[in-house]
Ligand binder design. Structure first.
Ligand code: SAH
Length: 226
């Protein structure tokens, strides 16, 4: 890629950050978040989203819209990626799990902030492609696993945060079990292809959970466990 192209992508990315910030302001009443945290804003301004989307979608990489990534899958708009990250209240020492690697963009955003990201993708071709691109981009703190995210990743548990980036019919108990006390789970819950609710589930010190409906959203469905 030449420098003119690179500069153009930088400018588009800067505009995207401002659009996401404006969407935060517009949705403040529902989400309770008036602005992006400096960490998430910094990550959004840094991660080269155009390197993670399919070649044919590069020109639209920095629009605040969902994008197709092949295999019948769609990745969320940057605002939802930012909001999901902020809801996790990520800290530098955190270990987080993502279900639904897709393009690898959400994983990259989180990897800019936390210590380690584990991510599970059920479509092997997507998982392998994201893994290769993330490696090429220099991420050393993201581990991709091919498999069914319903069961979480018990060998790496417990997690400070878990983000599910496909809609589930209900909250998988395995994921709640794999949260640390004080840990947070962000997950869209609802019927397939309908509007879902983005939920924030917080595990309290005594192991009980608190649940908040954050925003109506539309995600591709989590492929159900057989
Ligand atoms: N976080 C992604 C967006 C993913 S779209 C990104 O930033 O690009 C949802 C992804 O979840 C798709 O790639 C889909 O293949 C994957 N998926 C669906 N069901 C799954 C399951 N049961 N376990 C793991 N991944 C799943």
């Amino acid at each position: 890629m030449n420098t003119v192209e690179a500069r153009e992508f930088d400018a588009q990315r800067a505009r995207m950050v401002e659009e996401v910030e404006a969407t935060y302001a517009d949705t403040r009443a529902e989400t309770g978040l008036a602005a992006m945290s400096p960490q998430v804003r910094g990550a959004l301004g840094k991660v080269e989203r155009h390197r993670l989307v399919p070649g044919a979608e590069r020109a639209w990489a920095y629009r605040n819209h969902p994008l197709p990534i092949g295999h019948g899958q769609t990745i969320s708009q940057p605002y939802i990626v930012a909001l999901s990250a902020d809801l996790l209240a990520p800290q530098p020492g955190h270990i987080v799990l993502e279900i639904g690697t897709g393009s690898g963009y959400q994983a990259a955003i989180l990897a800019e902030i936390v210590k380690q990201v584990y991510t599970i993708e059920i479509v092997e071709a997507l998982g392998r492609s994201a893994e290769a691109k993330l490696k090429e981009m220099g991420y050393r703190n993201i581990e991709v696993r091919i498999g069914d995210g319903y069961a979480g990743w018990p060998e790496k548990a417990p997690f400070d945060g878990i983000v599910v980036t496909a809609a589930a019919p209900s909250v998988p108990q395995a994921l709640v079990d794999q949260l640390k006390p004080g840990g947070r789970l962000v997950i869209p819950v609802g019927e397939r292809w309908e509007v879902q609710q983005l939920l924030l589930i917080t595990k309290k010190a005594d192991g009980s959970t608190e649940r908040r409906n954050v925003l109506p959203v539309r995600f591709v469905p989590l492929v159900p466990k057989d």
